[in-house]
Design a protein around this ligand. Structure first.
Ligand SMILES: NC(=O)C1=CN([C@@H]2O[C@H](COP(=O)(O)OP(=O)(O)OC[C@H]3O[C@@H](n4cnc5c(N)ncnc54)[C@H](OP(=O)(O)O)[C@@H]3O)[C@@H](O)[C@H]2O)C=CC1
Ligand SMILES: O=CC(=O)O
Length: 326
């Protein structure tokens, strides 16, 4: 019997691909350029599974002529490039990779908080350029132990960030659409969004990107933050209105930004955000450690292998169509 066919429309880790290849036939786009959507649609006509990647919009149109598709999986927690309802309508389970990256993402998020609060990058640059003594005296640090961290999106990653913040002596408040019944366990207190902006020295966003969170952080939000607030985003770039962020930094509505995610991505080197001189930006690396990327890729491969066999995925977003154990 021939093996199921899995389409991989870009580069993914070789070790996970080798493992996947023991179970299925892989059809991979290996060009450096993005796979044209029409070619992907053509390949999907014969496919049993798709290993999606975040620059591909996965929707009803993409899979319209793919009658054999049994599963789609991607190596990320966020699935804002995927129209889940379109897959559910076709009874196709979608696997993402929660949990395995939580600690790595929290570590990077807290690294941004700590580095930005002491302006580590700028100060290191003064040393490198021979300006140890000439560094401006207005670049002062914040004592995190005297600061309140406001986390918007206290989910898996938010909780993990809150633990790190408490270890640094920070007070932690949070906002979700509704309070968590277990929040006392984490020693964090719920606030509505406006109260969180008003009280926080550090505002950190780690929600998914949804129609509700798109541009949730806009001019009005920045106006409600403290003038010396540090703003951190590890959720998705489009949760923030980037123009409003540039405005807020230039006008002194907030003090500084530290970002793992931006809109656009990649952020061009001449982008006005970088010209503010008040932003620490890293290129979407929060889960980028060798161990974690391996775990994410292996979990994706497992979800695909299970899916093509008609078995329940390990991690499934649209659980209502996840296959049932006999
Ligand atoms: N930078 C990076 O490399 C990475 C970024 N991410 C991003 O982080 C996101 C969160 O991941 P994770 O913690 O695992 O996910 P979870 O689902 O565990 O947590 C998401 C949290 O966001 C809250 N939330 C959702 N919508 C809103 C809203 N409108 N307002 C306020 N809070 C909201 C949810 O609470 P409630 O439902 O009660 O509102 C929940 O607590 C991902 O979706 C992804 O976009 C994830 C991994 C890596
Ligand atoms: O951005 C990364 C993710 O896992 O989501």
């Amino acid at each position: 019997m021939s093996k199921p066919v899995v389409v991989v429309p870009g580069l993914v880790r070789k070790d996970a691909l080798a493992y996947l290849g023991e179970h299925v036939t892989i059809k991979q786009w290996t060009e450096k350029t993005k796979m044209p959507r029409e070619i992907l649609k053509e390949w999907l006509k014969e496919a049993d599974a798709l290993w999606s990647i975040n620059n591909v919009t996965v929707d009803a149109d993409l899979i319209a002529d793919a009658p054999n598709l049994k599963v789609i999986a991607q190596a990320s927690v966020g699935y804002d490039n995927v129209v889940i309802d379109d897959l559910t309508a076709r009874q196709i389970p979608y696997g993402n990779t929660p949990d395995v990256l939580t600690e790595s993402v929290a570590e990077l998020a807290f690294t941004l908080v700590a580095a930005a609060s002491r302006r580590v990058m700028e100060n290191a640059d003064f040393v490198k350029s021979g300006q140890w003594e000439q560094r401006p005296s207005n670049i002062k640090g914040k004592d995190l132990s005297r600061c309140t961290l406001g986390i918007i999106g206290l989910g898996n990653i938010g909780v993990s960030i809150s633990r790190r913040a408490r270890a640094f002596g920070m007070t932690v408040i949070y906002n979700n659409r509704k309070p968590r019944p277990d929040d006392k366990l984490y020693m964090v207190e719920y606030r509505d969004r406006d109260a969180l902006y008003a009280e926080s020295d550090v505002v950190l966003v780690v929600t998914p990107l949804t129609p509700e969170t798109y541009h949730m952080i806009d001019k009005e939000a920045f106006k409600k933050m403290k003038k010396d607030a540090l703003f951190v985003n590890v959720g998705r770039g489009k949760i923030v209105d980037t123009e409003a962020l540039v405005w807020a930094l230039n006008e002194g509505e907030i003090d500084y930004a530290a970002l793992d995610v931006t809109d656009p991505e990649p952020l061009p080197a001449d982008h006005p955000l970088l010209k503010t001189g008040k932003a620490l930006v890293v290129p979407h690396i929060a889960s980028f450690t060798d161990r974690t990327r391996r775990d994410m890729a292996m979990l994706t491969a497992d979800n695909i292998i299970l899916g093509v066999q008609g078995k329940p995925l390990k991690t499934c977003v649209n659980k209502e169509v996840n296959y049932k154990e006999d």
